[in-house]
Structure formats: C-alpha cells, structure tokens
Design a protein around this ligand. Sequence first.
Ligand SMILES: C[S@@+](CC[C@H](N)C(=O)[O-])C[C@H]1O[C@@H](n2cnc3c(N)ncnc32)[C@H](O)[C@@H]1O
Length: 354
Amino acid sequence: MPKKLDKIFNNSKIISIDLYLKKVLYDKNYGYYQSKNPFGAKGDFVTAPNISNLFGEMIAIWFVSFWESLNKPKTINFVELGPGNGDLCLILLKTLKSFPSVFDAVNIFLYEKSKKLEKIQKKRIVSDKVNWVKNLNKIQKGPIVFFGNEFLDALPIKQFKKINNDICERYVSLKKNKVEFIYKKALKKNINKLKKYNLLKTLGIIEYPENGFKELKIVCNKIKKMNGGALFIDYGYEKEKKVSTLQSVKKHKFYDIRKNTGNADITSLINFNLYKKYFYSEGLEVENVINQSEFLQKMGILERVKLISDKMERKRKIDLYSRVQRLINPKMMGKNFKVIFAKNKKSKFSLPFK
Ligand SMILES: C[S@@+](CC[C@H](N)C(=O)[O-])C[C@H]1O[C@@H](n2cnc3c(N)ncnc32)[C@H](O)[C@@H]1O
C-alpha cells in the first residue's frame, strides 16, 4: 500500500483534494477504476441499472418520447457518460428494438474514462449501433441526448472552508505514509468561482465540482448547437450540506476516504441546485429536479412490473418487486437519488418533470 501511495503522490508532499481523487480513481497504473470491475454483489457497489432491467427500460422509453418531441428525426445520438459495466446500454438496445424507427435513427456512443471498464463494455456489447468515443466533438449529425447515471458523483470535487477570515482550500498531504487533510489559503481565481455561484455564504465545507463543470462544458455546447438535452441521475441534495460529502465504498461498506487508497471507490453527493445554476449559466433550460421514485413511477415502472410479472412464478415475482422497491422506495434509493434534465432552450419536452 505505501508504494501505491508514493506513486499516487509522485514525490509531491501536498496535493489538492480533487487531484488526489483523480489519481486515486483514475491513475493509469494505480487508479481504482483502472484495475477492477466494481459492480454487483461480488464487487464494491451496485447501481440502478445493475438492480433491475426496468430502470434501463424507463430510460429507453423516456428517450423514445424525447425523439418524438423532436419531430422523429432520421438521425439521433444517445451518448452515455460513464457507462460502467454496460448494463444500461444492453437494455437500451434491447428495448429500442421494439421501436424500429427509433432503432434505425439512433447512434449510441459510450464515453468512458477507464480502460478496464471500456474493455468489459466492448466484450459485452456487440452491436453496430454502438461506438466508443473519447472526443464528443466527433459527433456531428442529428440532435444529441446525453445520459449519465452516477456519472457526476464520480467526478473529483474541490473543497473549501472559511477559517478565521480567509477562504481556504482543502489539500491532502502524505506524512510517514499516512494521508492527512490540511487547509491552505485559496487562490483568488478559485474564490471568484465560488463567488460566481454564491457559495461563500455556506458556513462549513463548500464543495465545488470544478471537474464536473469542465466535463459538462462540451456537453452544453453540443446541446446548444445540435439540439437535444442531458439527463442525469445521481445521489444528492438540493439544500446546502455544509459538511464533506465525500464517501469511500469497498465491498458495500463505507470507509474513511484516506484509507484503501486506490482500492476503494470515492464519490461525493451532488449539489443539484449548483448544477442547475451551472446549466442556466451555460445557456440551457433546466426542469425542476425530481427524485428517482417520481421519475420512474411517472414513466410507468409500476404498470410495467405488473404487466411482466403477471405470468411469473411466485419466486421470480417477489424478486422483481423487491428490486423495483429498491429503486423507488423513499427509504431506499427513491428519494435521495434525484434527476436533473437540462435541454436546448427551444425544446418543449418536459416528460416526466411537469
Ligand atoms: C459510479 S460508475 C457508474 C456506472 C454506470 N453509469 C452505472 O450506473 O452502473 C461511474 C462511471 O463513470 C466513469 N467515469 C468517471 N469519470 C469519467 C470521465 N471523466 N469521463 C468518462 N467516464 C468517466 C467511470 O469509469 C464509470 O464507468
């Protein structure tokens, strides 16, 4: 482990927290996402597409409705940001086959940072409808729809705190092979970013998704230029948290983010209000944030369960219902997972947000 830490710090004694997260998660040789398949009961965590195919079906139906609202274009792009083990894409392909005009029109692009996961996706998804893309500018023709489930929470964030009268940034230092947090006076350019989004009123820890905003800049530009929108589902909040929301997960348990360096996932909760402000500032229209339960139920998940479970034997039926419960029950994923939809200003599509 210390050797891994040394490599991650690469002779620097102090690095900013977002750089630490970037290295711990995506370092070419030592990053968590480069070395393992973390999904499923035997892995470190499960996500909604892993829990039930009905999640992916609802996203597919939502996409079909969006396509209709765009006057059924002959070409449309569906870009999945951070496709993980490829579960959602497989269900999307399968479901869209029941809608031949959409299936003919769609080009699916997978945007993935981890080489290891890209390999897994390529092994599982064999279709001439699907291509992997590193540069989103390569996509040129037709409206564009982005989708990301637990994509935003995987992007490194910066953290700040007011100490005495100074705004300070949180850094990570390596001392005697141990990771520790320290604060240093924040750079003016970073303080200005916090001011722009009115974040300095927060007493406590301020989280700023600099990497998220950078990644989304091109997404917003594409939507403005080509028409379309972006749908994101993630674990997060709308009222300021004031505390660090970074969490480390390994084998379905939470740990201190300073431990298991490179061997555990680290995510943060999404500040949906902040993302909303960001999308507006980039010239997009944004629907009101709703929770996953509302989204899936308004898209018809319960009707779909009823329909497909009618002829199922008891054991499979119970399994299906309990999986869907996990997705929609407010005490499980239903309430804390939220959905944000940003779109081109001229789009009137607002299903199921209104
Ligand atoms: C928590 S996983 C979610 C996977 C999948 N969407 C799901 O719901 O099962 C995060 C995914 O985003 C990918 N990812 C993280 N940062 C990325 C980036 N900057 N560009 C592309 N993919 C990224 C990860 O490698 C992984 O596939």
